[in-house]
Write a protein that binds this ligand. Structure first.
Ligand SMILES: [Zn+2]
Length: 225
């Protein structure tokens, strides 16, 4: 496949690595350009960390650990855990601007049914900004799962995360782990869902679903080819 531009649209720094870190590392290893958008600075979510600047620093550390360029990272400072106080139009327009700037062919973003409100609204804003009109550069949008949000939502058919696209990440697991270390302050002790053990267990389970040692799994929101 020819080289392509990939965009990860995330609510918070750390979602990109938890959801798709190894897959994005794989894209980079294949010569693709991988760009990142963070909608919030992640400042309010957990008091254990010290401000937006430090969160950005962690995001730079994580994304460059998988081989991305600092120039391909875009931060918006919409209010953390309060995206529901922002007009959807403003969220969608912010994403539209980055889509115009990066012209991605593939987008990875949140699952629509996550517990976290910022995740749900980021998903909605991506779909609003990336309607599959004839001249759109975007040929595929994939939804990723984020431990301690996707599986913590109210259980219903409407919220269900239904992966159909599995990426073999066995050769990129170490890079995902190294990137996750940039967010070490966000990680908790097992059996918390947001622990290194749980992240690895999920990768193994998703892998075993399709006969791989480790995988990241994605829903397909749309895909044309
Ligand atoms: Zn998040």
């Amino acid at each position: 496949m020819a080289q392509q531009t990939v965009l990860a649209v995330c609510a918070h720094p750390d979602d990109e690595i938890l959801g798709a870190g190894a897959t994005l590392a794989k894209h980079l290893a294949q010569g693709d350009r991988v760009c990142f958008v963070f909608m919030t600075d992640g400042e309010a979510a957990r008091g254990s960390f010290d401000g937006a600047e430090a969160r950005r620093h962690a995001a730079y550390g994580a994304t460059t650990a998988i081989g991305a360029s600092k120039d391909d990272i875009c931060f918006f400072d919409f209010p953390d855990n309060r995206l529901d106080t922002v007009a959807m139009l403003d969220l969608a327009q912010a994403i539209e601007k980055t889509v115009e700037r990066f012209r991605p062919r593939v987008i990875y973003t949140h699952h629509r049914g996550d517990l976290n409100v910022d995740h749900r609204l980021t998903h909605q804003a991506v779909l609003t900004a990336c309607r599959p009109v004839p001249d759109s550069t975007v040929h595929a949008i994939y939804g990723f799962e984020v431990l301690s949000s996707t599986e913590w939502a109210s259980p219903s058919a409407d919220n269900a995360f239904i992966p159909v696209h599995y990426v073999d990440i066995v050769d990129f697991w170490d890079q995902k782990l190294a990137a996750l270390k940039a967010y070490d302050h966000e990680m908790r002790t097992f059996p918390h869902a947001r622990s290194y053990e749980a992240v690895e267990a999920l990768a193994k389970l998703r892998g075993a679903h399709v006969g791989l040692e480790k995988a990241e799994a994605f829903s397909v929101i749309h895909q044309r080819g």
